[in-house]
Write a protein that binds this ligand. Structure first.
Ligand code: UDP
Length: 238
């Protein structure tokens, strides 16, 4: 296997990536597969931090009459459930992990402290960032961009379910949709591509953090991306 291209990464997993065929909640088999691929990445000497979404339980924006802030807090709690499931799967295969939550819940996990997170990574622990950014009206994609900037990650790997990269239109609806191998963040904003929200896109653009969007249906893709295989869509500042 070729030498990994990155020293420190943020892996962003959408909540749905953990739900397998069910599309809702958690599928332990799927989580175990992802955990074993994450371990392989770490075994290559890469420092791995993970941001997990919560869309397999709840998305704040889906509320009809509920207060949006309350709804977003519910979404953030979903990410905590996912983070604990992933931590458990990773520790079952002998990986040292720490979950850090952006909203304090000390009986469950450490609070997010940047310097501690970096120290954990340096000591070879996988750090899972839970509860998003701790703020309503944000997404876990934005959280991934924020944490990547804070811990000086080399790249964000965005594992998407049901799609293998960024297209000019939805490939599930348009059979002529064109996949991009490379993109600039400004193109995402200009073309209104739905790959990540504009807050996350701007944060990556302004801080020069590259990202790679790839399909997570085959968890083996995580190692492929790290090893420099040209799958998915590579996005950078210019
Ligand atoms: N969320 C939030 N602030 C954050 C991150 C997440 O309010 O910083 C809430 C928001 O309601 C969001 C939900 O948590 O819809 C789940 O996160 P996301 O939709 O990003 O999960 P994914 O689509 O990646 O599974």
């Amino acid at each position: 296997m070729s030498r990994p291209n990155y020293n420190r990464i943020i892996l962003k997993l959408s909540g749905e990536a953990l739900s397998g065929h069910k599309g809702f909640g958690l599928d332990e088999n799927t989580i175990n597969k992802i955990a074993s691929e994450v371990k392989k990445v770490q075994d290559l000497g890469v420092e791995v931090a993970i941001v997990v979404g919560g869309g397999n339980f709840w998305r704040g924006i889906s509320a009809r009459e509920m207060d949006r802030t309350t709804s977003d807090y519910m979404g953030m709690l979903g990410t905590v459930i996912n983070s604990l499931a992933l931590q458990d799967a990773l520790e079952n295969i002998g990986t040292k992990t720490r979950v850090q939550t952006a909203i304090e819940m000390r009986q469950i996990a450490e609070p997010y402290i940047r310097r501690k997170a970096v120290r954990h990574l340096e000591k070879g622990r996988i750090v899972i960032f839970a509860a998003g950014s701790g703020n309503p009206y944000f997404s876990t994609d934005t959280t991934a961009a924020l944490r990547a900037a804070e811990i000086e990650a080399d790249v964000i790997l965005l594992g998407k379910k049901g799609v293998d990269g960024v297209y000019d239109s939805d490939p599930r609806e348009n059979s002529n949709a064109k996949k991009f191998d490379k993109l600039r963040y400004i193109d995402i904003l200009n073309m209104g591509l739905g790959v990540m929200d504009s807050t996350a896109t701007s944060l990556c653009m302004d801080n020069g953090i590259p990202s790679i969007v790839f399909g997570i249906d085959d968890p083996g893709n995580i190692v492929r991306v790290i090893s420099g295989e040209k799958i998915g869509t590579f996005i950078k500042e210019e």
